[in-house]
Ligand binder design. Sequence first.
Ligand code: KG4
Ligand code: ZN
Length: 355
Amino acid sequence: MILAIESTMDETGAAVVSLWGKGVKVWSNVKASSAEMHKKYGGVIPEIAAREQVKVILPVIKEALEKVKGKKWQEELKGIETIAVTHGPGMMGSLLVGVETAKVLASVWEKKLVKVNHMIGHMAANWIKDEENELVPELSAIGLVVSGGHTDLVMVDGDGKWKWLGGTRDDAAGEAFDKSARLLGLSDYLGGVMIEKAMKEVGKEGIEWLEKEKIKLPRPMIGSKSLDMSFSGLKTAVLHEVVRLKKGREWSEEKGKALAKEFNEAVVDVLVAKTERAIGDCQPRSLLVGGGVAANSLLRERLEKLAKEMGVSFFKPEMKYCTDNAAMIGAGAIVRGEEVKIKDLRADPSLGVVD
Ligand code: KG4
Ligand code: ZN
């Protein structure tokens, strides 16, 4: 049994997981977030996030332990062998809270300590199973990691070795969702969710306006042979469109929703095209997706279709395991965790997807 701790951004999570066949069973998964506090500032304030995490991390860990079988946490602790923690990438203050807590608890409770790369945790969420006989990814695999801070394509070979193939040169896909949502007046925070909502709400009028005015946002680098991506230009194109409409007094909520739809499609077109190229180049057996943007329904549908067409098995985490959570860190410890000595573990905010 592994007690996993996640604290890279504004979420504080603890989970208990174990190996289950070739996959991972989640016994408990608890999360506290300071999202509401960040809403009024239009983004995550690192100092506020870290202060909140200091307050909630121990109660969250206790709750995760007590949820395993409903016994007192001191009892449940006896079944735990290992403490797993994210050591990066993320915000320094937040990472420090998780890493230092894990080190102290591993020392006092005499448990093994395992470090997990947050991005690998996002991919490892694909090994979490609901039923024992459920399939887990077969290697080799291409992984598309799409979150608020990262957009990368990685290859996991048959021996479980990870290789970085390409990624964004500027904004991450999730960051582009967040910034564009703000420009479209949809939300100050968690833009991806709001853009997806607007996309589903847009009516006939909005769609006809897009067609009549021939509004097409760019699909940056979609034709280039490399697996590099770029999303900052797309956000700027949204800005220009909003400014143009507002100057001409043509802006309306419906047009904002129509632009949100076009934006979502543009991002998904690029992600799918690059994933298609990666599959073509590497000929993997499986395709995996992970990270907050992997919760996007259009992206999930389009990747599913692509995998079918290209004859690879497709794995996507359940929605609750897409955005940051501790169960995926427990899964990461099982799939590719590294045991460390307490004195050797350091938080690393700029850790790469393949370290
Ligand atoms: O993985 P995550 O929870 O945190 C990081 O590791 O960054 O990802 C958060 C990102 C945010 O940018 C958020 O807008 C985006 O994931 N996101 C979505 C959706 N849900 C969350 N983007 C598009 N569609 C969604 N449904
Ligand atoms: Zn994340």
